[in-house]
Design a protein around this ligand. Structure first.
Ligand code: GRF
Length: 204
């Protein structure tokens, strides 16, 4: 199953996904293959991570397009060229148009640094700290037309300690994300994730 990872920045989740695929390969064929990394920013550090693994990269610069739809059409063009079956958003800082979301619905994933539906949108970790919650976490979900509103696939809790700062809590959430996301992608590749309306069944 060819996977595309869409990034805008650091790409630590991308790194975890690439490492997982590589490690899995040492025992048996991995159920997924990262065949393309797409970025909307040419400075994205994640592009270098992809090149280190010899994964093809493409930068699609929004400034070169007159509308959100034409930008998304360019993304679709690259995804089709690489025969992508699953699209994985990993810190991709753009809202995709309904045109894109409808085309890939059910095979378009995102990871969010909170326990959705709490703290959607940007600054989720900061907002959790501000709200004084004792537990937050990470969520992998299908993307729908809203912001962080799609059907939830898997979540993992991260306790908030009294002395946590934005930095320490971010680190804890990221390390959970790095474990959770590749696992969900592998389960998807194995056909173990079933979407029924708002509900997602994951086979053990
Ligand atoms: C992650 O925290 C993810 O939850 C959010 O964006 C961040 C991306 O980090 N959607 P990285 O680029 O993978 O390091």
């Amino acid at each position: 199953m060819n996977v595309a990872v869409l990034i805008s920045g650091e790409g630590t989740n991308l790194q975890a996904i690439l490492d997982y695929e590589k490690e899995w390969h040492q025992h048996s064929p991995c159920p997924f293959h990262v065949a393309l990394v797409l970025s909307n920013r040419k400075e994205a550090l994640g592009l270098r991570r992809a090149s280190n693994y010899k994964v093809p990269t493409v930068v699609v610069d929004p400034k070169e397009f007159q509308s959100r739809e034409s930008f998304d059409e360019a993304l679709i063009h690259h995804l089709e060229q690489h025969q992508i079956k699953l699209v994985v958003l990993a810190g991709f800082m753009r809202i995709l148009t309904p045109l894109f979301v409808r085309k890939y619905y059910g095979r378009l994933l995102n990871i969010h640094p909170a326990l959705l539906p709490q703290f959607p949108g940007t600054d989720a970790i900061q907002n959790a700290l501000k709200a004084g919650v004792k537990k937050t976490g990470a969520t992998v979900h299908f993307v729908d037309e809203g912001v962080d509103t799609g059907p939830i696939i898997k979540q993992e809790v991260v306790p908030v300690e009294q002395n946590d700062s934005l930095e320490t809590l971010s680190q804890k959430i990221h390390s959970v994300e790095h474990r959770l996301y590749p696992e969900v992608i592998r389960l998807f590749g194995e056909g173990k994730i079933h979407l029924r309306g708002r509900n997602v069944r994951v086979d053990a």
